[in-house]
Design a protein around this ligand. Sequence first.
Ligand code: COA
Length: 246
Amino acid sequence: MSAFETLIYEKDAHIAYVTLNRAEALNAYNIKMRDDLYEVLRAIKDDPEVRVAIFKGAGEKAFCAGADLSEFLSAPSPVMARRVRFGRDVWSLFLSLPQPLIAAVHGYVLGSGIEIALYCDIRIASEDAKFGLPEVGLGIIPAAGGTQTLPRAIGMARSLEMLLANRWLSSEEAYSSGLVNQVVPKNKLLETAEEMAKKIASFNPKVVRKAKQAVVRGLDLSLSEGLELERRLFSDLRECGKEQGK
Ligand code: COA
């Protein structure tokens, strides 16, 4: 069902599965993966059958070991420019997806790997997961939102320690920091993500989308604006319910 070079895209009933599929390079994120991810995210966004999506990594060792160093650090400037353009598109597309997204991560979760996981709404890690942001040591800073999304998840002090001192977190530390929702044995990772996805998919998808919207959009608002947003979304659903009752 997948026509992509760097990803596997599958659908089972209302659940979509996106597998980063460059196991030989620890699923490092290259330009082709960025292009493929863009296509897949568009497909998910426009598919009313998809109620929830799970993101995972192929192979035993990694969810994603970050940007493909061989490509990005030696890329000529037009390629870099293209990368920046695609980066912006892919990351804002991620944010615009109305369906809940679950990251099921294992092994190395570095650089763009953390950043992809942070665009997901719920993160489940296996016990062997290791989280790091090695960019500063490579002479760059994260470019897929990590400087903004990580502090929103785990706070400023921990984020700065990870970013500035290349401090990696174990799965337990990621759990206690609030970076991941659950830590499970590796052989239970997909099963746990699927159980959660099925639960979400069993609820009214309109309600689920509004609930996600209220939280995700609300976080960028003041409390009073957020409460107004919640009121609006709540009454949208009531109107929708009334129309369906006609
Ligand atoms: N880009 C491109 N290739 C990568 C990669 C990356 N970010 N991370 C790993 N790979 C490749 C390795 O080059 C190696 O390829 P090879 O078998 O053809 O030599 C293969 O994946 C396996 O990696 P290896 O380094 O042998 O595994 P390891 O278990 O010894 O070490 C890491 C794992 C993650 C510690 C190590 O690969 C690493 O430090 N990777 C770079 C992490 C990084 O800095 N990412 C960029 C963030 S911006």
